[in-house]
Design a protein around this ligand. Structure first.
Ligand code: HEM
Length: 420
């Protein structure tokens, strides 16, 4: 770790251990932006793993910070419901967007089943060559010897291309997917009115409605829109539920994979010994991908709401309380993961992490995300001996997405022909 990264972290450590425990509020976006939230999580895991914050920008909430407590909540969906919202933010009452990630059984299960075939091993095998060819093209167009933004040129491009492939979305218009995703997840209040945001989202709904209408009676396609248009539990969705589920799939596949691609390159640059081992032995890619997803934890938390009074870790959580599952903290739980702040590309159990959640809502796109990352790294290693991060990462001010907005890099050279 470089000194300028270490310094704010030491300051944060002092603050985290000096402040009264009940004042700790890990939902502050500025600490995620500065990447200094870690000591606050560490203190909670040690001293108050089921922690109540009485006042925050999002109202009162519980923080669950240990690995096994998070699993306990995730597997108890009869008590911890997703239906009142899945992030710490409150749901909008006048612009509700029902989506199956924010539903409980039985409706959740029925809708999830409809889209699952899109990410089945058979379908992924069909998508792999398309994704590989598109990834190769993006990498071949990168400049050598001059700085550029890795997020914009690579991470965003690769993920929007993958999404366009999954939706069978008009390829040349794929950046619309990124825009709609950002409108859904980012705070746009500095640049747009809420009405303007909603108008854009309705334009998204209209766009997808056209694709839906074209496909609903055509030959059965393996793309997500055809599956939703034909699925028994999804074909008659009301308009806002249609939009909600489309946005779920866009956001689900967009910010997450994008930030794993950016975070992986950053991690390798911060751990040069790991980068050297990877270059010497590309067969480590598979376990490295899982480690990247743990290390980055692209979704920092999910939330549940208690449907009844319930005891957890010696605390009584009341009916109606917000319960925030901090995957970012669970993935750094030193009682479960050895040396959790280190980036170790050959951990014995690399897929032991919480980044995809657990239980009935566990990420349905997890194998697709892993495949995408594997392809990217296979194609990178074929072409470039090194990619150097030369600037500080610019991170998003958010306690939901651990997102890297820009990452300046230089690629010094390409492998000579015939060598990879
Ligand atoms: C590294 C990449 C990804 C990460 C870290 C990630 C993370 C997550 C997390 C944390 C959840 C909620 C789990 C829970 O509440 O227990 C989730 C659910 C979901 N993800 Fe992903 N995801 C990724 C990639 C994708 C991709 C590529 C798609 C493809 C479309 C996708 C689609 C979804 C959907 C539809 C759900 C809702 C599942 C349900 O409620 O049953 N995700 N994901």
């Amino acid at each position: 770790m470089t000194e300028d990264v270490l310094d704010p972290l030491s300051v944060a450590r002092e603050q985290a251990y000096a402040m009264p425990l009940d004042q700790i509020d890990v939902s502050r976006g500025d600490r995620f932006q500065a990447d200094t939230v870690w000591p606050f999580f560490e203190r909670l895991r040690r001293e108050d793993p089921v922690h109540y914050t009485a006042q925050s920008a999002f109202g009162p909430y519980w923080s669950i910070t240990r690995y096994h407590d998070i699993m306990a909540v995730e597997t108890n969906h009869a008590v911890f419901s997703s239906a009142s919202g899945i992030s710490i933010f409150d749901l909008s009452e006048d612009f509700p967007l029902p989506m199956f990630i924010a539903m409980d059984p039985p409706k959740h299960d029925a809708q999830r089943k409809v889209i699952s075939p899109a990410v089945s091993p058979q379908n992924l095998a069909k998508l792999e060559p398309i994704i590989r060819a598109r990834a190769g093209r993006i990498l071949d167009e990168l400049p050598l010897g001059e700085p550029f933004d890795w997020v914009d040129r690579v991470s965003v491009e690769l993920t929007t291309q993958m999404l366009a492939t999954l939706f069978d979305f008009p390829y040349e218009e794929r950046r619309k997917l990124k825009w709609w995703s950002e409108l859904t997840t980012n705070d746009m209040s500095a640049t747009m009115t809420i009405e303007a945001v909603r108008a854009e989202l309705m334009a998204c709904a209209a766009y997808f409605q056209r694709l839906w209408d074209e496909r609903k009676d055509g030959p059965a396609g393996a793309d997500l829109i055809s599956m939703l248009a034909r699925g028994e539990s999804t074909r008659d969705m009301p308009p806002m539920e249609f939009l909600g589920n489309i946005l779920l799939l866009i956001v689900g596949g967009n910010d997450t994979t994008r930030n794993a691609i950016s975070g992986g390159l950053l991690a390798l640059n911060q751990h040069p010994e790991a980068y050297a081992r990877l270059r010497a032995d590309p067969s480590l890619i598979a376990s490295m991908i899982a480690e990247i997803i743990r290390w980055q934890t692209p979704i920092a938390h999910m939330r549940r709401t208690a449907l009844a009074d319930v005891e957890l870790g010696g605390k009584i959580i009341r009916k109606g309380d917000k319960v925030v599952l901090w995957y970012a903290s669970g993935n750094r739980d030193e009682t479960v993961i050895d040396d959790p702040h280190a980036f170790v590309i050959d951990r014995p159990r690399p897929r032991q992490h919480l980044s995809f959640g657990f239980g009935i809502h566990r990420c349905v796109g997890n194998r697709l995300a892993e495949m995408q990352l594997r392809i990217v790294w296979e194609e990178i290693l074929k072409r470039f001996p090194r990619i150097e991060v030369i600037g500080k990462p610019v991170r998003l001010k958010s306690c939901l997405l651990r997102a890297i907005d820009s990452l300046t890099v230089v690629i010094p050279e390409r492998h000579p022909p015939g060598i990879s």
